[in-house]
Design a protein around this ligand. Structure first.
Ligand code: VG1
Ligand code: CO
Length: 567
């Protein structure tokens, strides 16, 4: 019989989940009781009345502190009467894999939620970030109502419960059973983190056809991939699917070994942090490339010679070719969705197909209700997130396989597919400027200063580089969830011009120190506008960027002349 200890504590300030879970510096998590407090709040707030006897999935992206946190979660779960935990071997799971397992259930048993240990695209290691996120029984990130409850509980917590003597060997798969004082049987199943996810992908895609594409049977020449897992969570899944099943050459699968510090890299798949992939693809030896983030939910798609596919375009191309993916052939495609800052390329596809389109706040949690209600099946964010209703998280490996399937069906390369898309629908040119780790005071002032002027913007003309735009509307984006009626406000300042061009400013909710300002700019080029259709995005958007920087007084408020990352 294992005893339970109640540990008296004082609540910690600031355990407030952001866009996607609670993310803090490792050092902060290492304070005595800090992690335990938050885990107790997650169990109470996330599972509520269902806590005792519930079944929960636990795992993370392999970053520093994951194993320690998993062990703490097992001990605290036992002491809270959780009935059953499904834990990835070594505490490892990608974010999409957790979502898939929650939805699939375990040995016929429904699962009540999941705890994901990750700070996603934030750097890891002792000096990096760690994070904890709760997912609900639908497999998706907890909605605001649940994270608010978790935060509230964390803020008032006076004690947590723990079974200090319980030891579970998460390095070894198998079933472990314990007898906990007052609750009785507590079961931990340590499982292979890959197999269920690999089976799920096999049920969605036609692996034989993709294999035929890769090995030259479809195009008459091999279609060579280059993938960069950035030492994050996708590595084992990529090895299993791309190397073992699809027989890709392992030399084309980079950084597949998960590392606690991501080998010192910033595991964010964009043109800046995945530059080595961009450079290698630039040599023209490969036909498609992709990089994934720390926890495996983001993807960046590149074509031959490093042709960059913006995430907004990637979503639109997948939407337009959705019937190429076997999973969607037997399913009613009811609608698509994108986050507000994402360029509206997918809206045009929705219109052409006569299906609904939804515009949600930033963060995957806002897509869940729409999918659960069957109102849309495919969605994405400009921040390299693409996914479908096969799970309730964005899914990096899925997005890459979707591209391979489309290439195999359409018999066209990546660049060719994108350019054909622009010729059909026009091009929603997009760029994002990130100002990372700016001083929080300045960042907040910038937003307050800009918002205060918004009312006066309507009808105003703004010019730069000899181009003039007239403001049509200016607001702070607000979203009424069409399914449950909940209202989410203050989701980004948008200035929309009469020709549909716009810029948006918002503060990041995933950072762990200081503030990150994101500036999103986009503009539409019609298919008939041949002279502009193929110009570089930065050239096309230059006047709008200059206007945005001027209007927001970016340099004055942040002291930054240049952004940290341009996408
Ligand atoms: C960012 C992105 C957002 C994404 C979120 C989580 O949020 O902008 O689109 O959903 O990260 O992605 P923010 O608040 O920093 O802009 V992940 O892959 O870090 O879980
Ligand atoms: Co992520």
């Amino acid at each position: 019989m294992i005893g339970i200890t109640t540990v008296d504590v004082k609540p910690f300030e600031g355990q407030k989940p952001g866009t996607s879970g609670l993310r803090k510096r490792v050092k902060e998590w290492q304070q005595e009781h800090y992690t335990e407090n938050f885990v107790q709040a997650v169990l109470d707030g996330g599972l509520g009345d269902k806590k005792v006897g519930s079944t929960v999935v636990v795992g993370g992206d392999g970053r520093f502190l994951c194993v320690e946190a998993v062990n703490a979660i097992i001990k605290i779960s036992a002491a809270n009467g959780i009935g059953h935990l499904i834990v990835g071997q070594n505490g490892f799971f990608s974010t999409p894999a957790v979502s898939g397992i929650i939805r699939a259930g375990f040995q016929g048993k429904p699962i009540d939620g999941g705890i994901i240990l990750t700070a996603s695209h934030n750097p890891g290691g002792p000096k990096g970030d760690f994070g904890i996120k709760f997912n609900c029984e639908n497999g998706g990130p907890a909605p605001d109502s649940v994270t608010d409850r978790i935060y509230k509980i964390a803020s008032y917590l006076t004690s947590y419960r723990i079974c200090n003597d319980l030891q579970c060997n998460v390095a070894q798969t198998g079933q472990y059973t314990f007898d906990v004082d007052g609750f009785g049987k507590f079961v931990v199943d340590v499982v292979d983190p890959c197999s269920a996810y690999v089976d799920l992908m096999r049920s969605i895609f036609d692996f034989d056809k993709i294999k035929a594409l890769l090995h030259g049977e479809i195009l008459g020449r091999p279609f060579r991939v280059l993938l960069d897992s950035m030492h994050g969570a996708t590595g084992p899944y990529v090895s299993s699917i791309l190397a073992d099943i699809l027989k890709c050459d392992p030399v084309d699968l980079l950084r597949t070994l998960p590392k606690v510090d991501f080998g010192g890299c910033h595991p964010d798949p964009n043109l800046t942090y995945a530059k080595s992939l961009v450079d290698q693809l630039g040599q023209g030896q490969h036909d498609i490339g992709a990089a994934f983030d720390g926890d495996g939910d983001r993807n960046m798609i590149l074509g031959k010679n490093a042709f960059f596919v913006t995430p907004s375009d990637s979503l639109a191309v997948i939407a337009d070719n959705i019937q190429c993916i076997p999973y969607f052939r037997s399913k009613k495609v009811t609608g698509f969705a994108r986050s507000m800052p994402t360029a509206a390329a997918v809206d045009l596809v929705a219109k052409a197909k006569g299906v609904d389109i939804f515009e949600t706040p930033t963060g995957w949690k806002y897509f869940g209700n729409l999918m659960d209600a069957g109102r849309m099946v495919l969605c994405g964010e400009e921040s390299f997130g693409t996914g479908s209703d096969h799970i309730r998280e964005k899914d990096g490996v899925w997005a890459f396989l979707a591209w391979l399937q489309i290439v195999a069906e359409r018999k066209m390369g990546v660049e060719e597919l994108v350019k054909a898309h622009w010729a059909k629908y026009g091009r929603n040119v997009f760029t994002r400027y990130d100002y990372e780790n700016v001083e929080a005071g300045g960042a907040n002032l910038l937003m307050t200063f800009l918002e205060a002027q918004m009312l006066g913007f309507k009808g105003k003309e703004m010019s730069a580089n000899g181009v003039t735009y007239k403001v049509d509307t200016a607001d702070n984006f607000e979203y009424r969830d069409p399914v449950d009626g909940s209202l989410t406000s203050k989701q980004g300042l948008r200035i929309v011009f009469t020709d549909g061009s716009r810029f948006v400013l918002r503060l990041s909710g995933t950072g762990s120190a200081g503030a990150t300002i994101r500036l999103y700019v986009d503009s539409y080029v019609a298919p008939s506008d041949q002279s502009k259709l193929l110009l570089p995005a930065q050239e096309l958007l230059r006047p709008l960027v200059l206007i945005a920087l001027e209007v927001s007084k970016m340099e004055q408020f942040t002291g930054r002349r240049e952004p940290t990352v341009i996408t």
